[in-house]
Design a protein around this ligand. Sequence first.
Ligand code: COA
Length: 171
Amino acid sequence: MQIRTAVEDDHDGIKAVLDAAFDQPDESRIVERLRNDDADSLELVADHHGDIAGMVMFSPASAHLDDGTLLRGLGLGPVAVKPDHQNRGIGSALIEAGLEHFLPYPVAFFCVLGAPDYYAHFGFTPAIERGWRWFADDGSIPEMAQAFQIRLPRPLPAGHGIVRYHPAFEL
Ligand SMILES: CC(C)(COP(=O)(O)OP(=O)(O)OC[C@H]1O[C@@H](n2cnc3c(N)ncnc32)[C@H](O)[C@@H]1OP(=O)(O)O)[C@@H](O)C(=O)NCCC(=O)NCCS
């Protein structure tokens, strides 16, 4: 299994992974829109003897803090592994390789929407614990607040924040 940057020839394989993993086409549409908008900051694939077994995308996100600061970060997602390849560490390898790729860059935060038990492995914590919200979360669905998580590569001053993903996520 090789984790590498995606190239155009991988796009059909990536779509197949996304559609199978999510059982619906929304995520592959989001990925296409991110690519079309040049908002695919990093797209990695897990290449299993020429077959695409998994993918992860990182795209620009911003956080507006209540003191007026604007922070530039990255949204992690979608991440997907073909159902028959899941639970073998491929998702973890993709996420870790992506986070490692950005180590030299001044990324203020990473954000993700997903299962807290899974993303805790990679240093994510519920954003709500810092007073950060995802802009579409009005606080009415407590599970949503727990599912929206952030990871800060470097310490940041305290303060409430509203995070926005790239508009490609607004299907
Ligand atoms: C989530 C996903 C990418 C993980 O990839 P993977 O290669 O199967 O994961 P790994 O093998 O690296 O990790 C497996 C571990 O994650 C856990 N895990 C997987 N999905 C999980 C979930 N939704 N919630 C909590 N834990 C989860 C497994 O129980 C396992 O835990 P263990 O190591 O303690 O046994 C994959 O299951 C997938 O494609 N799911 C469907 C799409 C999806 O929900 N993507 C995430 C939202 S963008």
